[in-house]
Ligand binder design. Structure first.
Ligand SMILES: C=C(O[C@@H]1C=C(C(=O)O)C=C[C@H]1O)C(=O)O
Length: 265
């Protein structure tokens, strides 16, 4: 099976195509590329703070910032195109989302149905704008607010997909050893579940790999120099390890715990 096609793989029917811990981890690794490239694209612009100010935007018929407006309206269009019928996609503005207008895809049930009730995009939105952005975008204002908002949404959606992928990780882990998970689920013991699903060696490797990807993808490519990067990268590699250590992995694990707690409902 083509390992780049996790979405297709997860949609396949039949247990022969059921995800494995390897296939799920492969997808998480590939999604790192999307996240690193997304941050590199956003880092082309300075912070551009008017993008986040409701008093700047004053959009007729909409209360909120330009960033909120672009996310809200883009999601409405994407919903009509069927984006959120995929169990891998979770909207930031789930209220009043228009229905899909396209023929429905056959997303067969890999996940327990209660997975649909898990959406932690509010936390993702908050850490992205309140903490992360200032770590990789330089201070300043170049007036490119619409492009800035669009590029923020690309980052947010990539982070959201990665973090909510914890649902699939948890499903695979549960299927591999139900007897270990069941008592902790019945006891609603979050700490025990967190311990069971945590693999520190994998987390260490993730932190190192995303920093390395920031170096490889974010170097200046030139034709006639021996060291194109000169140690300068479009996004500081340490920001990538910090993003994963402080937010992405803890939130992915939170999604896993939330999913497991509902797994026997
Ligand atoms: C995703 C997994 O579960 C946990 C979360 C990880 C992550 O978010 O990258 C990594 C290791 C585990 O502690 C996994 O085991 O691969």
């Amino acid at each position: 099976r083509d390992s780049n096609c996790m979405a297709e793989a997860l949609s396949d029917s039949g247990s022969a195509n059921a995800p494995t811990i390897e296939s799920v981890r492969e997808s998480l690794i590939r999604q790192e590329d999307t996240i690193v490239f997304g941050l590199i694209e956003r880092a082309r612009f300075p912070i551009n703070s008017p993008t986040y100010s409701a008093s700047y935007a004053k959009i007729p018929g909409f209360t909120g910032s330009l960033a909120q407006f672009v996310a809200h309206e883009t999601e409405a269009l994407q919903a009509k195109a069927g984006r959120f019928t995929s169990p891998e996609e979770n909207p930031f503005f789930p209220k009043d989302l228009p229905a899909s207008l396209v023929p429905s895809q056959n997303h067969t049930g890999v996940l327990h149905p209660s997975a649909a009730s898990i959406n932690i995009n509010k936390s993702i939105w908050d850490f992205y704008f309140d903490k992360l952005l200032a770590l990789f975008a330089v201070p300043g204002d170049d007036g490119n607010y619409a492009a800035t908002a669009a590029s923020d949404l690309v980052c947010l959606q990539a982070l959201s997909r990665r973090i909510h992928y914890g649902k699939f990780v948890a499903e695979v882990k549960f299927k591999e050893s139900p007897k270990e998970y069941e008592p902790a689920i019945r006891a609603k013991n979050r700490d025990a579940l967190m311990k069971l699903l945590t693999v520190e060696s994998v987390e260490e490797a993730v932190k190192k790999r995303v920093a390395k990807k920031a170096m490889v993808f974010g170097q200046e490519v030139t034709l006639n120099s021996t060291d194109g990067s000169n140690g300068k990268y479009k996004v500081d590699p340490s920001v990538l390890s910090r993003l994963y250590a402080e937010w992405v992995m803890p939130l992915t694990k939170l999604v896993q715990v939330e999913y497991l707690l509902r797994r026997l409902d």
